[in-house]
Write a protein that binds this ligand. Structure first.
Ligand code: PEP
Length: 253
């Protein structure tokens, strides 16, 4: 953590929570985090529950994120969701390029980049996910993979727009596995991403960039991760599905 950057804690609910369950989870969370003023709190329900959660969190210190969007404005793209639909449902953020989308739904750096551009064009704040697989890491391709994903995801993004982006570093081998990168391992990659952004933009932009860590973050390990100088928040899957555990994460000391 760095005093200049406001921490951002986001829950990615993935393909979990019916509308009823989503309302209940958000309602229970609100009083548990209502006194938080110095960090951003974001919930990422599935598309079907966005409007219900937007209604539930209205007027609170919690913001809404979608988990994906399509890069076109509208049209014949069966099953897809546009930026306007997300804005109309109350979203402020959108998660883009999550490793599960890259792995199971064929997302590439090119499609991720198109989505980042579309989100920015429409006024949504992208949470751009990057991260290496275990095979990449073991083959000594950590830097190469991160560089490729950062370069690819940010291609042709202006300096002004770069100020609106959050990057989430999520080592694929740590997602939903209970294996967390050690604080040092995570910070090393965060620092690498910040260096890369400095080279692409400027020292100021890199210093202002918020980089979340994601991968089996829990109330138990969040404080040691957040104590690292280049870790500015967490993108949380499993532990965001229970109000008590997400609240404990948000309230990290
Ligand atoms: C995620 O999906 O972004 C994630 C980090 O999941 P988990 O916290 O369950 O590892």
């Amino acid at each position: 953590m760095n005093a200049k950057r406001r921490p951002i804690l986001a829950g990615n609910w993935k393909m979990n929570m019916t509308v009823t369950q989503a309302r209940e989870l958000a309602s229970k969370l609100i009083p548990l985090v209502s006194s938080v003023k110095d960090r951003d709190i974001v919930l990422g329900p599935p598309f079907t529950a966005l409007s219900a959660v937007a209604e539930t969190i209205k007027g609170t210190n919690i913001s809404l994120s979608a988990q994906n969007l399509h890069w076109e404005d509208k049209g014949a793209f069966t099953g897809e969701i546009s930026a306007d639909m997300l804005l109309d449902s109350g979203c402020k953020y959108v998660i883009i390029g999550h490793s599960e989308r890259r792995q199971y739904f064929g997302e590439t750096d090119e499609t991720v980049n198109k989505k980042v551009k579309q989100a920015l064009k429409k006024g949504l704040l992208p949470i751009l996910c990057v991260g290496e697989t275990l095979a990449d890491r073991e083959a000594g391709k950590l830097n190469e993979t991160i560089n490729r994903q950062v370069n690819g995801g940010l291609k042709d993004i202006s300096t002004e727009d770069m100020k609106k982006i959050v990057i989430a570093y999520e080592p694929v081998w740590a997602i939903g596995t209970g294996k967390t990168a050690t604080p040092d391992q995570a910070n090393e990659v965060h620092a690498l991403i910040r260096q890369k952004v400095k080279a692409l933009y400027s020292a100021d932009i890199a210093e202002g960039l918020r980089i979340q860590y994601g991968g089996s973050v829990t109330p138990e390990n969040v404080s040691t991760l957040m104590a690292m100088p280049d870790i500015d928040g967490a993108l949380v899957g499993g532990a965001s599905l229970k109000p008590e555990s997400f609240a404990a994460l948000v309230n990290f000391k």
